[in-house]
Design a protein around this ligand. Structure first.
Ligand SMILES: Cc1cc2nc3c(=O)[nH]c(=O)nc-3n(C[C@H](O)[C@H](O)[C@H](O)COP(=O)(O)OP(=O)(O)OC[C@H]3O[C@@H](n4cnc5c(N)ncnc54)[C@H](O)[C@@H]3O)c2cc1C
Length: 380
């Protein structure tokens, strides 16, 4: 039995592992650090459950985005500690108030990223903020199923491929109390590179990582840099961010993503509201605005119940998604990707970071000079 033919066709959601009735499928990291299902032939009975559940290779439940809103959580601290406008907190508070469970991506003790189950606000706050690395969903699909069977309200948040995987996994379960949020996603970077980067920071600053923020907002929502705390001292850095945006470290299936459109697997889609200054002038204060797409009647009902927690403006859906490229196409696979990973496997992370960071900085400086030159020529 083969679950996938090419790495372009496996998003690593782990539905196949969790559905296997014989525990014959295990998610294991490849040499880039991404998880893929591996079948133990001695346990497999060739029932085909693993292939049938795959949302990436088969079809998925499609909800057409119906409405678009610009949203800011009314609580300023909530917004500052969230990636965008903090709409996720308002949605998840609704579920927690019904004694439900909220699932999403959190840092583990060693700052690796994995999905966890939370049932109160302080645990749920661990889900706040975007972690620009692929989250390991572990056994959360099984746990969601148990919660639903026990009659609980459940909110599951994650990338669109994770939500689609969960929905296929739950095909024979009553999902009337399940709510889902997917993210607009540029692509998920390698967990191995993230770990290497943290070790690099520990060596460089001679201490232990005590906190991390992939997108520190102190210079504003639009600025993009990471913050790494070593022994509680904060360092604002750009090395990981630059690697992320060069697209060499994303999962192979991300360049082949089938969720970069308005056929969404979830009830809600969350994103940064790029272009807000043009679309709703004076709504943004550069502290974060969420783009919220509502994709189902269930989502619409929940949204009506959280109105008091948020400031919002309804927007034209087509205009709202236009500045967000990953709602119309997947991130392109760079020509440099293969060379990046060959260099890394031969020379290790430190040399790779040094080489690629220098290259990226030079590229960015050249781009800025070119843009300045063009604007001067235009003026003349
Ligand atoms: C890898 C990645 C790429 C992204 N790319 C884009 C993009 O191209 N354009 C865009 O507009 N927005 C993108 N986003 C989404 C955006 O950054 C915000 O997460 C989103 O707008 C929600 O913001 P918020 O303020 O409501 O909540 P926040 O508190 O910022 O977000 C928390 C939510 O994000 C989930 N989450 C965080 N990290 C992960 C992860 N690694 N995997 C799965 N779920 C995660 C949590 O479970 C939680 O539900 C991306 C997010 C991630 C994780």
């Amino acid at each position: 039995m083969k679950i996938f033919e090419s790495k372009n066709n496996c998003c690593g959601c782990s539905a196949c592992e969790q559905i296997c009735p014989k525990n014959a499928v295990k998610m294991e990291p490849d040499n880039e650090g991404f998880l893929y299902p591996v079948i133990d032939g001695s346990l497999c009975v060739e029932c085909g459950a693993c292939k049938n559940v795959c949302a990436f290779q088969n079809d998925y439940e499609k909800n057409k985005s119906q409405k678009a809103y610009a949203v800011k959580h009314k609580d300023f601290d909530t917004r500052m500690t969230s990636r965008s406008g903090g709409v996720f907190i308002a949605i998840s508070d609704f579920i927690l108030e019904k004694n439900g469970s909220v699932y999403g991506a959190a840092f583990d003790d060693d700052f690796s990223v994995c999905h966890i189950r939370t049932t109160n606000k302080s645990e749920r706050d661990r889900l706040k903020g975007s972690k620009y690395v692929q989250s390991d969903v572990k056994d959360t699909f099984t746990s969601v199923k148990n919660d639903l069977k026990n009659g609980m309200y459940v909110l599951f948040s994650g990338t669109a491929c994770q939500v689609a995987g969960l929905k296929n996994y739950l095909k024979n379960t009553d999902t009337s109390k399940l709510y889902t949020c997917d993210l607009v996603c540029h692509g998920v970077p390698s967990p191995k590179i993230w770990k290497e980067y943290l070790s690099h920071c520990e060596k460089k600053y001679k201490g232990k990582v005590t906190n991390a923020d992939f997108r520190d907002k102190t210079l504003g929502w639009k600025a993009h840099q990471e913050a790494i705390w070593i022994d509680n001292n904060k360092h604002i850095l750009r090395e990981y961010t630059y690697l992320f945006y060069e697209n060499d470290i994303e999962r192979p299936s991300c360049y082949n993503c089938k969720y970069t459109n308005l056929d969404r697997p979830a009830d809600f889609t969350l994103a940064d509201f790029w272009g807000i200054d043009r679309i709703v002038p004076n709504f943004s204060d550069n502290k974060g605005v969420s783009l919220l797409l509502i994709n189902s009647d269930k989502g619409c009902e929940l949204f009506n119940s959280i109105n008091n927690e948020i400031d919002f403006v309804e927007c034209d859906i087509n205009k709202s998604i236009e500045p967000n490229p990953n709602l119309s196409r997947p991130t392109a696979k760079p020509k440099s990707r293969e060379a990046f990973w060959i260099y890394y496997s031969k020379k290790g992370f430190e040399k790779t970071l040094k080489k690629y960071y220098k290259k990226i900085v030079i590229k960015r400086i050249k781009k800025r000079i070119n843009a300045k030159y063009k604007s001067i020529v235009k003026k003349v």
